[in-house]
Write a protein that binds this ligand. Sequence first.
Ligand code: FAD
Length: 265
Amino acid sequence: MFDKIQHLTPIISHEEILPSIYLLLVEAPQITSIAKPGQFVMLSCSERILRRPLSIHRVDKKGNLSLLYSVIGKGTEWLSQKKKGEQLDILGPLGNAFFLQSQAKNLLLVAGRVGIAPLLFLADVALERGNSVTLMLGATTASQLYPENLLPGKITFLTYTEDGSPANTTIATQKGRVTDYVALYAPSSDQIFSCGPTGMYQSLKNSLESVKYKKSVQVSLEVRMGCGLGSCYGCSISTDKGMKKVCQDGPVFELSSIRPGEIKI
Ligand SMILES: Cc1cc2nc3c(=O)[nH]c(=O)nc-3n(C[C@H](O)[C@H](O)[C@H](O)COP(=O)(O)OP(=O)(O)OC[C@H]3O[C@@H](n4cnc5c(N)ncnc54)[C@H](O)[C@@H]3O)c2cc1C
């Protein structure tokens, strides 16, 4: 049925890198050869439930695809039990991608916890293009922050924790929410990209309005999704151009195009 996009992919490695957050590497050259930052895959997590969407975290030149996910329910719990050598049934790549403007030089990436997933693929591509990349990552506490040693070397990495706990990073962690600090870095950025819980985008919008930021701000929407292929309309959202399907028209949208009700806290 999905002959062009369905792939059986062997697991190369699978590790719990942070409490309840896993880094999964599968061999998927058919996907990595065409994938773009911002796109996602639909993973079969047993035959009893619908496939689950996960962003493409990174790709490498050997054809390996990595996914970064948080265990929150039955699908991701099932996935977390899978071991090296087992095969996963994956559909992808799906959805649209982040759009990097050719004239953009300084990029600001704003991530909420596991929302860093699609942004690192983007960072890898942008750094290869010669862009300067600042990544702001926020979490409730330091144990949830992505390890600095897994990041590409040339990135500027800024961390924020709500409880003020410090991460083991080169630049000291600040206390508060990541969106509390965005206004400090936005004015020197040519484009902003963000991924995190949907409610974070309202705070992001407020912070950017406070500094009258008028350039492109693209966000990846991690809403509940049904089929992931545009058939069920389960992930439709309201935008200034009418109803859009997150799985096909997104998951990446200009923040200004999303109706406020979709990103309320
Ligand atoms: C395009 C896209 C990309 C995504 N990329 C990633 C990623 O890279 N890493 C990652 O960890 N997650 C990502 N997600 C979210 C991920 O798909 C869900 O966490 C996953 O489907 C949960 O499945 P589950 O069976 O474990 O939980 P379920 O048993 O389905 O749900 C457990 C609980 O979590 C709630 N829930 C589940 N999914 C969501 C959601 N998307 N938003 C709000 N509440 C939810 C449910 O209502 C329920 O209360 C992405 C989602 C989308 C749409």
